[in-house]
Ligand binder design. Structure first.
Ligand code: SAM
Length: 247
């Protein structure tokens, strides 16, 4: 039995009710999935590690019969949703790990591609998480991270509105506030370089998901920000998806 701290217990119990997250995030998950696919479209990977895989949507398109996929998630419910996306053939190369990423004991330098989207805000230490990712990466491998820039004015506006509309938060833990400069400093500290960044915002104002269907939010996001090939209005984007490699 793994002993977990209070924060990890709270994270697990929040995501063990996947609808709380997925019902208001399907637009965001779709943008993340498509961005990852575009970032790696010319590459083939033997081994992919998806940290905090959620319902598995982001890494599932990368699964082939020749790719070893490892999905890690602290939430049992999320991991079982992710597993349901794999058929018998692809399951042969699938490893599911239901624990805190920091408690995993993978072989160093064993992954070509490591994905960690929407997770750094929830972990106990974003720095230790990035440091551990680097140890697991093969020398010419790639890392893709996603985080919300907590200092961006779009994020500040949505936080202020949320505090007015809903003074008590639905999650019973505090998200790590990560600013873009702080994350870029960590990227440099661990000898990573940023090859590409896609920025967008997903209209996460309070109540938005109740009045605007996720498909429409998706169209609005694409209209405003384009995709990886177009990259419009990046300065308005508080969500960062970064493709990293070792310097
Ligand atoms: C915001 S969701 C993102 C899911 C997915 N990566 C995506 O982009 O759609 C965060 C996920 O990370 C998982 N998670 C959070 N902290 C974790 C940790 N320390 N170790 C493993 N998984 C974690 C949660 O259970 C949840 O499924």
């Amino acid at each position: 039995m793994i002993q977990m701290g209070n924060k990890l217990e709270s994270v697990k119990s929040f995501f063990d009710q996947p609808r709380r997250y997925l019902s208001r995030s399907s637009c965001d998950v779709r943008v993340r999935t498509e961005t990852v696919q575009k970032f790696v479209r010319w590459k083939q990977f033997d081994s992919v590690l998806d940290i905090g895989c959620g319902d598995g949507s982001v890494s599932r398109p990368l699964a082939t019969t020749g790719t070893r996929i490892t999905l890690v998630d602290i939430s049992t419910a999320m991991l079982s949703l992710a597993r349901s996306k794999y058929d018998e053939e692809l399951e042969k190369n699938l490893e599911l790990v239901n624990t805190d990423f920091m408690a995993t004991q993978f072989t160093p330098a064993s992954y070509d591609l490591i994905i960690c989207l929407g997770v750094l805000a929830h972990v106990e230490s974003p720095e230790e998480t990035i440091a551990k990712m680097v140890t697991l990466l093969k020398p010419h491998g790639k890392i893709i991270i996603e985080f919300t820039d907590s200092r961006h004015f779009m994020k500040r506006i949505s936080d202020k509105l949320r505090r007015i509309v809903r003074p008590s938060s639905s999650a019973d833990y505090v998200l790590n506030p990560l600013s873009a400069p702080e994350v870029m400093t960590l990227v440099g500290k661990y000898k990573l370089k940023c090859e590409s960044i896609y920025r967008y915002s997903w209209w996460a104002f309070p109540g938005t998901h109740r009045v605007i269907p996720q498909d429409l939010l998706y169209l609005m996001t694409r209209f405003m920000f384009g995709d990886v090939d177009q990259r419009r209005n990046s300065w308005l984007g508080n969500e960062y998806i970064c493709l990293l490699s070792i310097r």
